[in-house]
Design a protein around this ligand. Structure first.
Ligand SMILES: Cc1cc2nc3c(=O)[nH]c(=O)nc-3n(C[C@H](O)[C@H](O)[C@H](O)COP(=O)(O)OP(=O)(O)OC[C@H]3O[C@@H](n4cnc5c(N)ncnc54)[C@H](O)[C@@H]3O)c2cc1C
Ligand SMILES: NC(=O)c1ccc[n+]([C@@H]2O[C@H](COP(=O)([O-])OP(=O)(O)OC[C@H]3O[C@@H](n4cnc5c(N)ncnc54)[C@H](OP(=O)(O)O)[C@@H]3O)[C@@H](O)[C@H]2O)c1
Length: 545
């Protein structure tokens, strides 16, 4: 999604006026409005500015007419660079720059909407940007401090006391059941099928749910939100490490229950280390304080989930209720929907890569992917919601050709697109680029894709296997090989889609720029502008995570 295309606001206040960059920008916008200027061109004198000032500074800083292009809306730009690009802009805009810029929908909306809700005090939770992680929530807190507002606590709003700033937040209107992370419904697990064959290093599941009782429907391109439950083994290990009674009462529930479905057990939040610094002394206290400030005294901060954090301070005994309040809420996870209601009535399917990795002696489990891979069974009811896509969907005109690039689990929405186009007998051509580690064991939905090819639905299938030969070979390498044809499809009006891991998405975009430059006879700058224009017109859509 590109940022607002408002013209930049030129300097209107004199340099000597005693304002911060935010105040300066906001006031310039306001004065330009007063003066009826599209762009304010003449700096006011101090006297003129002062005459316009009374009452103005009580208004929210940065709340209006902001001003100039958003240059940081690119998930490839690190947060430090994004904040530099947003320097001198309003706090609202800098909050937007603090987001991970993926528009992934995990917070419930786009980067711009989420930051706007925080700025407008409609959203108290500063930790909903999952890809931004702690860096984003720390930056948001800093921005709150900068404008002299107290930031809401980072811990669960569910556990926040009634008098906390979180309680002052104006709640957003309740969404319809099953249409938002805050109002889930239940769906029934129907089946789980392993998509990898013997010899694979991956474990990816096709998981199907029945929606009959949920009342839900969806469009292809949407995602399915799953409210997971933590691994009971990890919960027991934490209770043991705390030497706390599992049935310790917390808000009418037990410690075990809240640890199971109420709080995130990875990564350890700053607040937890802050709590530890209050209940321990000496060098340990200094270490806990440093960790709570985002420092990394022992070089292991990235490996500290909640259990590892407790184990780092052996014998630590925080009050269980304070401990729970110091943790972040357990977040839902999104999965691209890999089915079409038109082809699979009352069903929804996902394509889920199981996250497991080892740190020291302990195997860490991705909470939602292992929940789906091993802790639910057919017949179980799971809390879910539909996350409507932000700018990711089939072209309105069924005759428009589409090119889809989806390696690994990135194939999910494109399986849905293909079924939808088959069910609706859409005449447009369909070209899929799929890739994974090995042809023999990682070719997801091979039979279905071959059948679609035979039926003429899948016009073209281009494959890339990264571990079959010595060197890596990726989807973007295949795209470059057939760049002339990609360019021809684009000339025919094709819409281009990419889905999957972030790094891959960025590399695919680079390949597209190269293809446009080479086969469209453009300079690199013209090719970048061409791809930007495709995006602007909804002809280049990305769903990356
Ligand atoms: C719009 C959208 C669509 C998505 N669609 C899909 C989809 O179709 N299929 C799919 O599988 N996923 C999809 N995802 C990703 C999915 O939402 C989850 O992020 C993913 O399943 C991991 O969640 P988890 O709870 O299992 O893992 P978590 O508990 O969240 O753990 C993952 C975290 O563990 C850490 N980690 C992982 N591996 C390692 C390692 N080797 N070493 C050290 N640390 C590591 C990283 O910090 C990582 O962020 C999508 C995400 C979005 C936003
Ligand atoms: N945060 C990250 O950077 C990252 C990266 C990968 C996966 N993940 C997570 O893993 C899950 C998705 O994994 P997945 O099962 O869909 O498959 P995947 O691990 O993303 O791999 C799919 C295919 O893409 C290849 N690949 C790796 N890097 C690439 C790049 N830069 N450009 C093009 N192709 C590339 C892989 O090759 P090789 O593995 O042989 O290199 C493999 O052949 C998600 O949960 C995602 O969040 C995250």
């Amino acid at each position: 999604m590109s940022g607002p295309a408002n013209p930049p606001i030129l300097q209107i206040l004199p340099d000597s006026a005693p304002f911060s960059p935010e105040q300066r920008t906001w006031l310039s916008g306001l004065f330009a409005g007063f003066l009826g200027l599209d762009q304010a061109v003449t700096p006011l004198s101090s006297e003129e500015a002062a005459a316009l000032l009374p009452g103005v500074l009580t208004a929210p800083i940065g709340a209006s007419a902001d001003e100039g292009p958003v240059t940081w809306h690119d998930p490839g730009i690190p947060i430090t660079e994004r904040m530099k690009l947003a320097e001198g802009r309003s706090v609202r805009m800098r909050m937007m720059a603090a987001m991970a810029q993926q528009d992934c929908g995990q917070c419930g909306s786009s980067c711009e909407e989420y930051s706007g809700h925080i700025f407008d005090k409609k959203e108290a939770r500063l930790n909903l940007c999952v890809p931004g992680g702690k860096d984003t929530s720390r930056m948001l807190k800093k921005l709150f401090d900068e404008i002299g507002l107290s930031a809401p606590p980072l811990a669960s709003e569910a556990t926040a006391p009634a008098s906390s700033p979180a309680a002052e937040v104006k709640p957003a209107p309740a969404a319809l059941p099953g249409r938002s992370r805050d109002n889930p419904v239940t769906a029934t697990v129907v089946s789980r099928t392993l998509l990898n064959r013997k010899g694979s290093e991956k474990e990816t599941w096709h998981v199907e749910f029945d929606l009959t009782q949920s009342g839900l429907d969806y469009e292809v391109g949407d995602s399915f939100g799953i409210i997971p439950v933590n691994d009971p083994g990890l919960v027991s290990a934490i209770i043991k490490a705390l030497s706390a009674p599992a049935d310790f009462p917390i808000g009418g529930r037990t410690l075990r229950d809240v640890l199971t479905d109420g709080v995130s057990l990875s990564p350890a939040p700053d607040m937890l280390f802050q709590l530890f610094s209050y209940v321990t002394g000496g060098e340990r206290r200094q270490k806990a304080k440093a960790l709570s400030a985002g420092d990394d005294p022992d070089g292991d901060a990235k490996t500290l989930d909640v259990l590892a954090a407790i184990e780092k301070f052996p014998g630590i005994r925080p009050d269980p209720e304070a401990f729970i309040e110091a943790l972040d809420p357990l977040q839902p996870r999104l999965y691209s929907i890999s089915s079409s209601l038109k082809a699979h009535p009352s069903r929804i399917s996902l394509t889920v890569d199981t996250v497991r990795y080892q740190i020291a002696k302990r195997q860490r489990l991705g909470v939602a992917s292992t929940f789906l891979a091993e802790r639910v069974a057919p017949g179980d009811r799971v809390k879910v919601y539909i996350q409507q896509a932000h700018n990711f969907g089939l072209p309105a005109d069924p005759a428009v050709p589409i090119i889809m690039v989806g390696p690994g689990t990135g194939i999910a929405p494109f399986r849905a697109f293909l079924y939808e186009r088959m069910a609706t007998r859409a005449p447009g051509r369909n070209w899929l680029f799929f890739g994974h580690q090995r042809h023999d064991c990682d070719f997801f939905y091979e039979d279905e894709l071959n059948a679609m090819k035979a039926a003429g639905v899948l016009t073209r299938l281009s494959l890339a296997w990264s571990r079959d030969d010595k060197g890596k070979f990726y989807v973007q390498d295949r795209m470059r090989q057939v760049g002339h044809d990609v360019w021809t499809w684009l000339q025919d009006g094709a819409h281009f889609y990419v889905c999957g891991a972030v790094r891959m998405g960025l590399d695919v975009e680079r390949a597209m720029v190269d293809i446009v430059a080479q086969h469209g006879a453009r300079t690199p700058d013209q090719a970048i502008a061409y791809v930007a224009d495709l995006k602007k017109h909804g002809r280049y859509q990305a769903d990356i995570y």
